[in-house]
Design a protein around this ligand. Structure first.
Ligand code: NAI
Ligand code: COI
Ligand code: MG
Length: 368
């Protein structure tokens, strides 16, 4: 099959990590007999520099004309002084909104070979870590009105409508049915009106899923529980701001933010697949970034946008195998371990895909 993929590399490490993900996808295409046709478009700082805006209309049109979107990351110190509407991050928020991507799935899994890279004591991860943050992506304080008073006071309007909470809650409960059947809804309902709307709505939606266990945590407690006993979580259902923060926290339990993929989804098959991390200006251009979060994001793309489960499994298995073999970028390496560059890690994963014959559980023509 032929698939059109919009490629938004963005800024900082964005181009480096996306190049490695494409390298791995090209191996998947060869092995399984698909064609991935890439269409590059600009977003973030790169778009500001070339077109004077963080989200050109051409980029939106390209994404809408494709079957899926891969995004690297946006932002960097070069653009930090720009007004809010002109910042690179506005381009990312804008493309999520334009494509109607209100669900952001951020799975956090502790890969066994990386147990040493987890900063928690072994007893805290005795139950492992296999959770998914189901984050609402096109509402909350990120999209509310912003302004500054004449005296310099800043305002960000935080709001959630019942309909916005309902649609993300249904997605979380349906996903829990495919997993361990447990949703933890996270809010700040003891203080925020938006959170009271959130909690009441989730409680109502939960009645439609009597087979799913549900509990409710305030976000401050959730942040603590995540490091005390991360194994208690299955699906964490939460808003845009809290989900952004909790997923970065969850990522470091897996060893590094460079490990965590995400899928941004809406009502159609068109999804955007993006690592959860940012543009990492401190390591940009140095071939030091971990490309695994981006590679695993494209595995989510194969599964969710293209329905290619065997191909997604193969890509995920290839990542597992390089970790088992001891391949490590700097962020997940122990002091005495050899450190691979971003492109070496991409090469290693691509080589594992080539070596599919050594993986008896994968047929190379199951979906071709
Ligand atoms: N989705 C996106 O495009 C996002 C963009 N940003 C933007 O990125 C810029 C930098 O933000 P920060 O707060 O520094 O967050 P960041 O996620 O870019 O970096 C935080 C730390 O994690 C490290 N890191 C991140 N990704 C890594 C990878 N793949 N491999 C190894 N190490 C990695 C960085 O080197 C840094 O030490 C800002 O302009 C911010 O607005 C931040 C978060 C998400
Ligand atoms: C850069 C922001 C717009 C969002 C963010 O940090 C994220 O989605 O992880
Ligand atoms: Mg973030």
């Amino acid at each position: 099959m032929k698939y059109a993929i919009a490629v938004l590399k963005g800024d900082g490490i964005g181009p480096e990590i996306v190049a490695e993900a494409q390298k791995c996808l090209d191996e998947v295409a060869k092995r399984f007999g698909h064609e991935f046709a890439y269409r590059e478009a600009l977003v973030g700082g790169a778009a500001i520099d070339a077109c004077g805006t963080p989200l050109p209309q051409e980029t939106i049109d390209t994404c809408l004309a494709c079957d899926s979107v891969i995004l690297g990351a946006v932002g960097g110190p070069k653009w930090d002084g720009l007004p809010a509407e002109m910042r690179p991050e506005k381009g990312l928020l804008g493309i999520r909104k334009e494509l109607g991507l209100f669900v952001n799935l951020r799975p956090a899994k502790l890969h066994a070979p990386l147990a040493d890279a987890c900063p928690l004591k072994p007893e805290r991860i005795a139950d492992g870590l296999d959770l998914v943050v189901c984050r609402e992506l096109t509402g909350d304080v990120y999209f509310g009105a912003k302004h500054r008073d004449e005296d310099g006071t800043g305002h960000d309007d935080m709001n959630y409508s019942i309909a916005e909470v309902e649609r993300i809650a249904h997605r979380a409960f349906r996903m829990a049915r495919q997993r361990q059947g447990h949703v933890t809804s996270v809010d700040k309902a003891n203080v925020l009106e938006t959170s009271r709307v959130w909690r009441e709505t989730v409680q109502r939606v939960a009645l439609e899923y009597p087979d799913v266990a549900v509990d409710y945590l305030y976000v401050d407690n959730a942040a603590m529980q995540l490091v005390l006993n991360p194994g208690q979580f299955d699906v964490i259902l939460t808003g845009n701001l809290f989900g952004d923060i909790l997923s970065d926290e969850a990522s470091c339990i897996t060893g590094s933010i460079g490990m965590l993929p995400s899928a941004s989804l809406g009502e159609t098959n068109l999804g955007m697949y993006e690592p959860i991390h940012g543009s990492a200006p401190d390591i940009a251009g140095k071939n030091k970034a971990n490309p695994i979060a981006t590679v695993l994001s494209t595995a989510m793309m194969l599964r969710y946008s293209f329905g290619l489960a065997a191909e997604a499994d193969a890509l995920e298995r290839a990542v597992e195998r390089v970790l088992e073999k001891g391949c490590r970028t700097g962020d997940i390496a122990k002091a005495d371990e050899r450190v691979l560059g971003c492109s070496d890690m991409g090469d290693a994963i691509a080589a594992e895909i080539q070596d599919l014959s050594a993986m008896p559980s994968f047929s190379t023509n199951s979906n071709a």
